[in-house]
Design a protein around this ligand. Structure first.
Ligand code: NAG
Ligand code: NAG
Ligand code: NAG
Length: 494
C-alpha cells in the first residue's frame, strides 16, 4: 500500500502528450482484431501493436500522434508497421490476455513474427515515437566509430551503455549483444573498439562495459561479461546515490525506480529554494555510507512532495522532515531535522533504536452519533476489549461509495441503539494506520465484523440495512447476552 500510494503521487506529475490536430485520408495504423492479429504479427519481423480501449482518455490523446508516427515510419527503410488492437472488445479479449495487458494503452514491439515481445517504453508524441522506433528497429547495439558518432548517439541526460571491445568478437561480445537485445527497450547500448571516442573515461585494453550516467561519478566501468551479472550491475548503477524528487521530468524515471526498489527507503523533504545546499552534500555523505547496505535515499522538494505529505499525515511546516520506510512497512519520522542530525538518525535506525511512527487521529471529544468513531488509539478499547459484537467500517473521506453507505449504516446503528452488545463504528483509514495483521483494507469501504468472542470476518454482502442487520444477527455471539438485552432486541424485531 505504501508503494502504490507514492506511485500515484508520482504518476500524477507525469504529463502525457496532448491531442494534436491531424486529419488525413489514408490510415497508416493497421486495425487488427482477434481474426487477424496472430497472422499479421507472424508475417512481420518487426511490428508495433497498441492495445487500447475506446473509452480510455490517454489512448485518445495518443491516437493522432500514433497515426502521424505511422505515416512517417511507413517510408522508413525498411518500413515500420504500427497497428492497433481494441483489447476492450468482447471478442478480442481472450487473445489480448496472451500479451499480459495491464492497462491502456499498452504498446508492444513484436519481433521475429511475434516470438520476441518487448514493452514500448518510449515517448508518446509523434516525433518521440518515430525516433524511439527507429532505434528499436536497428541493431540492439550501434557501433561508435568516431567522436561524432558518440555525440550523435549518446543522450547526456540519460543512462547510456557502451561495450568497449579491442576485438569485437568472441564470447564476451556475444554476451554483450544478448544483453543489449534483452534490455534495449529500457536503456540504449552501443559498442566501440576504441574508448577514445567516448566522452568520459580513460583507455582500456580489455573488454569493458562502460555505463555513462548524468549523475554522481558520471561513468562507471565493469568487466564481467556474464549476462546476469551485467544486468544486475546496470540496474544497481542506474540509481543515483541520492534520487532527486522535484518537478523536473528528467528526474521522474529515477523516482519511479527508487520506489520500485526493494530496499528500505529514506525520504528527506526540504524546501529546495531555501535549504537544498545545506542538506545535499551532508545527505549524500550519509547515503554513500549506507549504499549497498539495504537503504535507498531520496531528497524531495517540499513543493513536489505535497502528495507524500498528505500520505504520511504531515504538514509542510514540519519540513525539513526525514521519513524512513522500512521493508517491514514500519515508518519512522523526524521533523524539523538539522543537516548534522541525519547521520545519527540513520545510525539509530540501523541499530533498531527508533520508535515506529504510527498515524492516529485524536479521539473525538464527543462521540454520540449512532455510528461511533474509532481511531487507531481507541481501536483496542472500543473494538478488541469491548466484549461487544462490532461492525467496523473502514472508509476514506473522499470515497463516494462510503458516502452512499453512510445513511444505511446510520439506520443499522439506530436499530441496534438499545442493544448494549452491538456496536456499529467507523474508522477513517486514511488518517489512521492500522495495526498489522487483522484487517486487510484494499479499497473503500471495507467492513469487518468482530463477534464478542473475537471471531473476525469481512462483510462482503449487500450494502442494505436489511442484509447488514441479518448478517450481524447471524454472526453475533449470543451466550453472553443478558436477559434485558434479549428483551431489547426482541422489541427491535417487532
Ligand atoms: C483485420 O480484421 C478486421 C475485421 O475483419 C478488419 O477490419 C481489418 O482491416 C483487418 N486488418 C488487417 C490488417 O487485415
Ligand atoms: C521555500 O523557501 C522560499 C524562500 O525562502 C519561500 O519563499 C517559500 O515560501 C518556501 N516554500 C515553502 C513551501 O515553504
Ligand atoms: C467464527 O466464524 C466462522 C465463520 O463464520 C464460523 O464457522 C465459526 O464457527 C465461528 N467461531 C465461533 C467460535 O463462533
Amino acid at each position: 500500500m505504501a508503494k502504490s500510494g507514492i506511485l500515484v503521487i508520482v504518476s500524477a506529475l507525469v504529463v502525457l502528450a496532448v491531442c494534436g490536430v491531424f486529419a488525413e485520408e489514408k490510415e497508416y495504423v493497421l486495425t487488427l482484431d482477434h481474426s487477424n492479429l496472430t497472422e499479421t504479427v507472424a508475417k512481420h519481423n518487426f511490428i508495433v501493436v497498441e492495445f487500447y480501449a475506446p473509452w480510455c482518455g490517454h489512448c485518445k490523446s495518443l491516437a493522432p500522434e500514433y497515426e502521424k508516427a505511422a505515416s512517417e515510419l511507413s517510408s522508413h527503410d525498411p518500413p515500420i508497421v504500427l497497428a492497433k488492437y481494441d483489447a476492450n472488445d468482447e471478442a478480442n479479449r481472450e487473445l489480448s490476455k496472451e500479451y499480459e495487458i495491464q492497462g491502456f494503452p499498452t504498446i508492444k514491439i513484436l519481433r521475429d513474427g511475434g516470438k520476441k515481445v518487448q514493452n514500448y517504453n518510449g515517448p508518446r508524441d509523434a516525433a518521440g515515437i518515430v525516433s524511439y522506433l527507429k532505434k528499436q528497429v536497428g541493431p540492439a547495439s550501434a557501433e561508435i566509430k568516431s567522436k561524432e558518432d558518440a555525440t550523435n548517439l549518446i543522450d547526456e541526460k540519460s543512462i547510456f551503455i557502451v561495450g568497449i571491445f579491442p576485438d569485437p568478437s568472441g564470447e564476451e561480445f556475444e554476451n554483450y549483444i544478448t544483453l543489449a537485445e534483452k534490455l534495449r527497450g529500457e536503456v540504449d547500448f552501443a559498442h566501440t573498439v576504441d574508448a577514445k571516442h567516448l566522452p568520459r573515461g580513460g583507455p582500456v585494453n580489455k573488454p569493458t562495459l562502460r555505463l555513462l550516467k548524468p549523475f554522481d561519478e558520471l561513468f562507471v566501468d565493469f568487466e564481467v561479461f556474464d549476462v546476469d551479472a551485467m544486468e544486475k550491475f546496470i540496474s544497481e548503477s542506474s540509481i543515483p546515490v541520492v534520487t532527486i524528487f522535484d518537478n523536473d521530468p528528467n528526474n521522474h524515471p529515477y523516482v519511479n525506480k527508487f520506489f520500485e526498489g526493494t530496499n528500505a527507503k529514506a525520504l528527506l523533504f526540504v524546501n529546495f529554494s531555501a535549504d537544498f545546499d545545506a542538506f545535499k552534500s551532508k545527505y549524500n555523505d550519509v547515503a554513500v555510507i549506507y549504499k549497498g547496505d539495504g537503504v535507498s535515499f531520496l531528497l524531495g522538494d517540499v513543493e513536489a512532495g505535497q502528495g507524500a505529505f498528505e500520505y504520511f499525515g504531515l504538514k509542510q511546516e514540519q519540513a525539513p522532515v526525514i521519513i524512513i520506510m522500512d521493508t517491514d512497512e514500519q515508518k519512522y519520522i523526524k521533523d524539523h531535522v538539522e543537516p548534522d542530525a541525519i547521520a545519527a538518525y540513520l545510525k539509530d535506525y540501523k541499530e533498531g533504536k527508533l520508535k515506529p511512527h504510527v498515524k492516529s487521529e485524536p479521539s473525538p471529544e464527543v462521540n454520540d452519533e449512532p455510528v461511533k468513531v474509532v481511531v487507531r488509539d481507541t481501536l483496542q478499547d472500543m473494538v478488541y476489549k469491548s466484549g461487544k459484537n462490532v461492525l467496523l467500517e473502514f472508509y476514506a473521506p473522499w470515497c463516494g461509495h462510503c458516502k452512499s453507505l453512510a445513511p444505511i449504516l446510520d439506520e443499522v446503528a439506530v436499530s441496534f441503539e438499545s442493544d448494549p452488545d452491538v456496536l456499529i463504528a467507523k474508522l477513517d483509514a486514511t488518517a489512521n494506520d492500522l495495526p498489522k495483521g487483522d484487517f486487510d483494507v484494499q479499497g473503500f469501504p471495507t467492513m469487518y465484523f468482530r463477534s464478542a468472542s473475537g471471531n473476525l470476518s469481512q462483510y462482503n454482502g449487500e450494502r442494505t440495512k436489511e442484509a447488514i442487520i441479518e448478517f450481524i444477527e447471524k454472526n453475533r455471539d449470543k451466550p453472553a447476552q443478558s436477559d434485558s438485552a434479549k428483551v431489547d432486541s426482541a422489541k427491535d424485531e417487532l
